[in-house]
Design a protein around this ligand. Structure first.
Ligand code: G3H
Ligand code: ZN
Length: 278
């Protein structure tokens, strides 16, 4: 069932647990993610990024409608979230399609412009009952270059939330996007300081690079929404590669993908439980 991310995140933050948010790259990954959430009876956020839309011929509606429908059909609370959207028209199209959460990513813009544009799209979304996540202090790795050095200052974060009215805030605390190793080091003191300074739940991007123990510490320090993409791709692709190597006659994608989908589902179950402190 479609659920409001603001309520899920507030609830998770008040219990000091994390909320798993997973990127849907291919449709069957979304199916596996929902199956995982149902199996462990925990809420889930399905994320479709602007890059994933670009991959799917630049068409939001076919893959977006499917993601939305998966979230609606889930037997647990689920959110249909647009991730890392730099294009305002795409944000509006996703809301019009029925997505109930968007991340507007103006982190590459000059600060004033990021603030102004984020505030405008936030008002537009709030008028339609949709929640908004934004990013302050660009989390590195979006262009393939790992840079974990960016940091968000607590006082800047507080002012940004006040200026824009966003519901969730992504901050730079030591992670970097698209890491295939899980050895990023997070600044938990900074997470705690930002958490104390801002009234909205915090979002960790680039969570694939963080170990299980590192993630638990970050959640205890104040992280709530935990975004994972690359780590699931690593697990899915390793299984598919193994099956293709063992079966040179395999040609049906349903056959060579099914173990990969099952592995992805098992890992989402494990991560959801872990983030929930179970
Ligand atoms: O917005 C998506 C996440 O930040 C995923 O990052 O691929 O490094 O896990 P990741
Ligand atoms: Zn991200």
């Amino acid at each position: 069932m479609l659920a409001d991310i603001r309520e899920l995140a507030r609830d998770a933050a008040s219990h000091e647990v994390g909320l798993g948010a997973f990127n849907v790259v291919l449709l069957e990954h979304g199916e596996a993610q929902i199956a995982a959430a149902e199996a462990v009876e925990l809420p889930i956020i399905l994320q479709l990024s602007q890059n994933a839309v670009k991959y799917h011929r630049g068409w939001l509606e076919p893959i977006g409608s499917a993601v939305l429908e998966l979230a609606k059909r889930a037997k647990v609370p689920a959110v249909a979230h647009l991730d890392h959207a730099e294009d305002i028209d795409l944000c509006k199209a996703a809301v019009e399609l029925g997505f109930n959460s968007i991340m507007y990513d103006g982190s590459k813009l000059p600060d004033e412009e990021n603030r102004k544009t984020t505030a405008e799209i936030t008002k537009w979304c709030h008028d339609r009952g949709v929640s908004v996540e934004a990013e302050l202090g660009e989390v590195g790795g979006k262009n393939g270059v790992h840079d974990p050095s960016a940091r968000t200052k607590p006082e800047d974060a507080a002012k940004f939330v006040e200026d824009t009215g966003v519901d969730l805030l992504a901050v730079a605390v030591g992670s970097s996007h698209a890491m295939t190793s899980r050895d990023a080091s997070l600044d938990n003191e900074l997470i705690a300081a930002i958490k104390a300074a801002v009234p909205v739940p915090l979002v960790l991007h680039g969570s694939s690079g963080v170990s299980d123990e590192g993630m638990r510490a970050a959640i205890q320090a104040g992280m709530t929404k935990i975004n994972v993409s690359t780590h699931l791709n690593v697990i899915y692709t390793a299984k598919v590669r193994e099956d293709l190597a063992a079966g040179p006659d395999l040609v049906d994608p349903r056959k060579y993908s099914s173990n990969g989908n099952a592995a992805l589902q098992a890992e989402v179950e494990r991560l959801l439980n872990w983030y929930a402190g179970k």
